[in-house]
Design a protein around this ligand. Structure first.
Ligand code: PLP
Length: 366
């Protein structure tokens, strides 16, 4: 059996480091916003190349707090519209809604699944004040084109980097440093995954940084002094300690992912299967390896029969979800076709060479 993902095996690779870390964590006697969080914030900002990093509770909060931060600073107003790719995971849309803003659904490129810059230009209206770019499945879109358009129209650019830790744009700039602010998730399945919920924001904007520092901790500027209406969304100290162990391995882990992806791309040869687009550069860290197939149900049955796990990211597009029924009338054919045909096959650092070969052989025989 090849499970879609074996988180136990992935974390076991660093077991000795985790055990030492836990002893250190326990002995510290400091369990909320302590040195582990400080260390992670400093190291992750350095890693991404940004001035600031703020650890928060999860990826949804990271994105929501960015928008709420801009509202607190007067750079966005309640009711402003935010352009977002229509085929994203629902969390991107929820962040916009939770902040009191309005999503405008933009069709993606059919091959990279990223925001289509021409579609953004076509859908632009004066109500749009920000763009939420999503580096879906681990791949960056043409960030320079997005930033040029945003500058011309005076829009904020926010990155949803939940799936793209360590991915770079065409100029080598890391996800998290390609816009005005970025939200990361460290949900356990992510390329940089904690052992529970965790998230972070990166930015070079000092005012935004100071505001979100308060927002994540009851609006506090110093102990029991509250400047603004805040929340409790602090990066957990234990999760920060886990991330401090795993951040050191992120680049190697991403390299392994890209190596597996290259094997799949060169060796899966089946006319029924459309393989993901890969430019061969560092703009993709293969959070998911997403194929497209017209008879998806049959392929899922076939893979199940051959004991290979697979998942659909995602079966229903956000605008067709019951929770977002006010957008059900929208017609987004590219997005809808993607959601009908995509299937993610196993790609993670715990796969052995034999397992990779078995996945390839099985798909080629379909
Ligand atoms: C693209 C995207 N954005 C945001 C999130 C939200 O992250 P979290 O689950 O940590 O809240 C996720 C998580 O799955 C995601 O994939």
């Amino acid at each position: 059996m090849i499970p879609f993902l074996n988180l136990k095996r992935i974390n076991q690779a660093y077991e000795a480091e985790f055990k030492a870390m836990y002893q250190r964590f326990l002995d510290s006697g400091y369990y909320v916003l302590g040195n582990e969080v400080k260390q992670f914030e400093s190291d992750f900002a350095t890693y991404c190349g940004t001035k600031y990093c703020i650890g928060v509770g999860n990826g949804l909060d990271a994105l929501t707090l960015i928008f709420k931060g801009y509202i607190a600073l007067g750079q966005l107003s309640l009711g402003d519209a935010v352009a977002v790719p229509a085929n994203t995971y629902i969390a991107s849309i929820l962040a916009i809604i939770h902040a009191g803003l309005k999503p405008v659904f933009i069709e993606p490129y059919a091959d990279t699944y990223n925001m289509d810059v021409l579609e953004l230009e076509k859908s632009y209206s004066k109500d749009i004040k920000a763009v939420l770019v999503v580096h879906l499945y681990g791949q960056l879109t043409h960030m320079s084109a997005i930033n040029t358009f945003a500058k011309a129209k005076d829009l904020l650019v926010v990155e949803d980097a939940a799936q793209a830790h360590g991915a770079r744009d065409a100029f080598g700039i890391l996800a998290g440093n390609c816009g005005d602010a970025a939200g990361f998730s460290f949900y356990p399945t992510k390329n940089l995954g904690a052992q529970g919920d965790a998230g972070a924001i990166t930015t070079n904007d000092n005012a935004l940084f100071e505001t979100i520092l308060k927002l994540r901790n009851y609006g506090t500027s110093s102990k029991y002094v509250n400047d603004i209406i805040g929340y409790n969304s602090r990066l957990d100290e234990f999760q920060a300690a886990v991330l401090n162990v795993k951040l050191k391995h992120l680049d190697d882990d991403n390299l392994k992912r890209v190596e597996i992806a290259k094997c799949y791309l060169s060796e899966i040869k089946n006319e029924k299967i459309r393989l993901p687009f890969f430019s061969g550069e560092k703009n993709h860290v293969f959070h998911q390896f997403v194929i497209q197939i017209e008879d998806r149900v049959n392929l899922i049955d076939y893979l199940k029969h051959h004991q290979i796990g697979c998942l659909i990211h995602y079966p229903i597009p956000p605008h067709q979800q019951e929770a977002l029924k006010q957008y059900k009338h929208l017609s987004l054919p590219i997005t809808e076709a993607i959601h009908q045909n995509v299937l993610s096959i196993p790609l993670n650092i715990s796969l052995s060479d034999d397992q990779i070969a078995y996945v390839i052989k099985t798909l080629n025989a379909y």
